[in-house]
Ligand binder design. Structure first.
Ligand code: AMP
Length: 208
């Protein structure tokens, strides 16, 4: 099953994707995570996108589309995939339609007030990318990932200045994808407000 996870930053797309990988046994492809790995490795791609990402803006379509096109050529995607954070513009969605057929687009709905609360408290494992929250989902040992022992840190783009910008970019450039995919009959809505367990349950119901 080829799935797209759509929704504002902080809606829990990454957290849910980690759970869905265990249920559907398909890879979780997060363009944000790919960019963060490239930045940590100081690769040419990482150097090119670092300032843009730290500032809360979008990486250009051509770079992002080429990255996803190449990733979807890998054999582990043959049984399906979860695209998290892509597409983020209409141009990206149109490009994707040329090289892959999407089965369903899950639209995780969350109001701005909840986005701000979640992102300002979000912490991420530098090593495996697992998400935590300073209030709702703390690691057992402060600053240490429960899963892999990696360092749990605050993403640069989860700082206050960048959060507001990312939210504005989402509403302006990514939200139009809701109508784009609804018109194609591919969109299903999932309320992202409840607990992770409840969202997982709702997700299972909509893809059944
Ligand atoms: P995320 O982890 O999905 O919140 O992505 C983090 C950052 O990576 C975004 O704020 C963008 O700067 C960049 N990024 C991720 N996916 C895309 C995309 N599809 N198009 C453009 N920029 C992206």
């Amino acid at each position: 099953m080829n799935l797209i996870f759509l929704g504002p930053p902080g809606a829990g797309k990454g957290t849910l994707a980690a759970r869905v990988v265990e249920i559907l046994h398909i890879p979780h492809i997060s363009t944000g995570a790919i960019f963060r790995t490239a930045i940590a490795a100081q690769s040419p791609l990482g150097k090119k996108v670092k300032a843009i990402i730290d500032d809360g803006k979008l990486v250009d379509d051509a770079t992002t589309i080429a990255l996803v096109r190449e990733r979807l050529m890998q054999t582990d995607t043959h049984a399906g995939y979860i695209l998290d954070g892509f597409p983020r513009t209409i141009a990206q969605a149109e490009a994707l339609a040329e090289f892959s057929a999407v089965d369903k687009v899950i639209n995780f709905d969350l109001p701005d007030s909840a986005v701000l609360e979640r992102l300002s408290g979000r912490r991420v494992c530098k090593n495996c990318g697992l998400n935590y929250h300073v209030i709702f989902n703390k690691p057992a040992q402060d600053g240490v990932c429960d899963s892999c022992g990696g360092q749990v840190y605050t993403r640069v783009d989860d700082r206050e200045e960048a959060i507001a910008k990312r939210l504005a970019v989402y509403r302006e450039q990514t939200e139009p994808l809701i109508g784009f995919y609804r018109d194609k009959g591919l969109l299903v809505d999932v309320d992202a407000s409840p607990s992770v367990e409840k969202v997982v349950e709702n997700f299972k119901a909509v893809i059944a």
